[in-house]
Every structure is written in C-alpha cells, then in structure tokens.
Design a protein around this ligand. Structure first.
Ligand code: FES
Ligand SMILES: [Fe+2]
Length: 397
C-alpha cells in the first residue's frame, strides 16, 4: 500500500495555479468542456493555432463547416500544422504533405511507399462543440461528458441577442477565478473612474456575504441594501455569470457570462458572452454599435492609459472596457502568478476561502483515486436580481 504524503501549505497553494496535463489541477480541468476560440474567427477551410492548458493545438474548420481540434505539430518532423492547408475535413502539413483527419489520425504520407500510415503516426485529437458563437473543446481522457454544464437558459432564449468576445490576460487563471468570488472588490476596484450605468450601480458600501455550493458551482450573494443585492451564478470550474446594467437607463440589464481559460500558467483567455433579452430592438442596436467600437478592447492597454497615463476614458465606452481595466489592474498587481503564501486573509475573503476548499476537496479526491463531484447544470436557473432603484436616476449615457 502506498502512503500518501501530506502536501505542505505552499504545495497546496501552488496546486491551484498549475494547469498542464501532468498536474492535479491540469487533470481536473481536463474533465470539463472549455471554450477555446470564437466561431467567427475560424472560417471554413482555415486553420489557426490555439493554446489551451499548456498544449499547443491546431484548430481547423473543414470545408463543410465542421470544426476539428488536433495536435499543434505534425508527427513527421514537427512543424506547426496550422501552417498547412485544409482539404475537405482533413489538414495537410505544408512541409512534406502528411495528412491528418479531425481525430488526429494520419491518413496519408505521400512520399512513403507503404499504403497505410501506421497508428503511431497519429497526433492528438479532441472533441469540439460549438455553442453561442464559441468553439468548446474537451481535452480529457475517455469520452467527453454531455455538453450540459456550460449551457445557460438566458443564452438560449429565442430572439435574444448574444454577443461573444475574447481577451487575453497575461496572468494565471486562478486569481481571475478568485476575483469572481470576491464581492468586496466591487466596493473598491470599481470606484476608480465610475462611468456609465455600471458606475452608477456600484456603491462603496460593504456587502453582507453568503456563498452556497450547489449542483453546478457556487451561488454568491452580496447584499448592500434591500434593493442592492448582487448575485453571481458561478459554475465549476471557471465560469461566472452576473448581470450588469444596460448602456442607458432604458435598456434591459445584460447577462454577462465569462469563462476564464488557461492558455498556460501565465496567460489566460477570457471568453465572454453578453446576452440581451428578446424584444428590445433599440437596446440591441445600441449594444451592437457599442460593440463594434469597443468590443475588442485590450484591458492591459486600457488600464495603462487610464490609471498610469491619466487619460480620460474614451467617450462612449460605458461598460466593458473600463470594468475590465479596473479588474485587470487589481489582479495583475498581484503578480503574474500571485504568491498566496504571503497573504493575510480575513472574514471578508469568505468567497476565496470557499472556492479554494472546494477545489482542494476535488483535487484530493482525484489524487486519491476517489470519485470527484458530478457537477451538472442547475435544474432551475438562478434569478439574478437587478437594481430597480437605478431606473429612477438620471442616465449618464
Ligand atoms: S513535417 Fe509534416 S510532413 Fe514532414
Ligand atoms: Fe470586478
């Protein structure tokens, strides 16, 4: 019988931030579907490189429209496969013409004599699934789980406007996850340069907090007053769903659904869906116009301009760019990989503590070959309250 060595505190903290296949967290994360690209960035017959959980991969779309995810390098002499070309539902390496199908199997080696390529000429291949304008992939062992946990009813309302964006942040994924369960930060981080309807929605008052684990993740409640209760519907392991005010006082609140996906331990992609309810043509138009101008913002440049060079926020950017820059500044300030050994947590860090306990519980189970929790989509969607009082205030947009 092997004796399990007890991990030190610093080892346990480090576990949270490691995402490659040979680490405990890397294994745990690979049990879930993750977004890896925006569908609109992948035209039929084209290939692109993607980096996910420390793996360099090739994402390509067959000429018929089906997306495929295979290894990043050719099995022959290892050149980057996305530099080749797509033929039907296969991709051909540009160096000596080896051809691979969507499962990663090598199906042709033109300069070799024997008929069939051997099985060991295959590269990795992973299942993909497109949902709401994003390509999701499953990088784990065995068959992929049903595509269920990432789904949200608000994204599937007929006639709802759903807009997707992505942004790379050069820092570890886990401090971003922790931030989504740190409701106190809103009373400080988002006080810097308050603009637009979100600026009016945040107050400096401190919330009463509660965190409840459920079948999909954690329900976060931050109660500041009777008509200022913010809830987050957080889904394991890396999705957060909140609502934010619309662009003007007349617009409906917007569902904001974000996945924070490690590219590697020092870079992450933030894939976001914004969803507006059906039946609001004027609000939809404002939102589409807004996104055509500001939707591809880079938080790092933006926070540099705003907070370090003292520039005014761009006129009209009332939502995502500024909020994102505020969050980026706080989290990047923790370092590329926050050194949690030197922290001093308090009672107001209940969300961070709850989150880490859940992750450690799951990681322990995995390491000790016990079953991990079977997370599944909430049977009944969580109602995320808006702030009705804001409607009465003057619009700033
Ligand atoms: S390196 Fe790809 S075919 Fe030779
Ligand atoms: Fe924030």
């Amino acid at each position: 019988m092997t004796q399990e060595r007890t991990l030190s505190r610093s080892e346990r903290l480090r576990l949270l931030t490691q995402t490659t296949r040979d680490t405990d967290m890397g294994r745990l994360l690979r049990m879930f579907w993750h977004p890896i690209a925006l569908s609109r960035d992948l035209a039929a017959g084209k290939a692109m490189p993607v980096k996910v959980l420390g793996e360099e991969l090739t994402l390509f779309r067959g000429e018929g429209g089906q997306a495929h995810l295979v290894g990043g390098r050719c099995r022959h002499r290892l050149t980057l496969l996305h530099t080749g070309w797509v033929e039907g539902d296969r991709i051909r390496c540009m160096y000596h013409g080896w051809q691979f199908d969507g499962t990663g199997a090598c199906v042709e080696r033109p300069a070799e004599k024997e008929a069939a390529p051997p099985p060991n000429a295959a590269i990795a291949g992973y299942p993909v699934h497109e949902y709401c304008g994003m390509v999701f992939a499953y990088l784990g062992e065995g068959p992929a789980p049903e595509f269920d946990l990432p789904r949200k009813d608000v994204l599937e309302r007929p006639g709802a406007l759903v807009v997707s964006t992505k942004e790379t942040w050069n820092m570890n994924w886990f401090q971003q996850i922790e931030n989504s369960l740190d409701a106190v930060h809103v009373s400080f981080v988002h006080q810097a340069l308050r603009v637009g309807s979100f600026g009016r929605a945040v107050t400096a008052s401190l919330p009463e907090l509660s965190y409840e684990e459920n079948e999909a993740g954690i329900e976060q409640t931050a109660r500041r007053s009777a008509d200022n209760v913010r809830k987050s519907d957080w889904t394991f392991p890396n999705n957060n769903h909140v609502v934010v005010p619309g662009l003007t006082k007349d617009d409906p609140w917007i569902d904001f659904v974000i996945w924070m996906v490690p590219q590697d331990d020092e870079h992450s992609t933030r894939f976001t869906l914004y969803a507006l309810p059906p039946g609001n043509d004027a609000a939809n138009k404002r939102f589409i116009d807004y996104f055509s101008k500001y939707g591809s913002y880079n938080a790092e440049d933006h926070c540099q301009e705003l907070f370090l060079e003292g520039k005014a926020p761009p006129e009209g950017d009332l939502l995502a760019g500024l909020i994102s820059a505020q969050d980026f500044l706080a989290q990047k300030g923790q370092g590329v990989i926050a050194d949690r050994e030197d922290e001093l947590l308090g009672r107001s860090d209940l969300g961070v503590v709850t989150l880490r306990r859940i992750f450690w519980r799951e990681l322990d189970a995995l390491r000790e070959n016990r079953p991990t929790k079977r997370w599944h989509r909430r049977a009944k969607p969580l109602e995320l309250p808006t702030q009705p009082g804001l409607k009465k205030e003057a619009a700033t947009a």
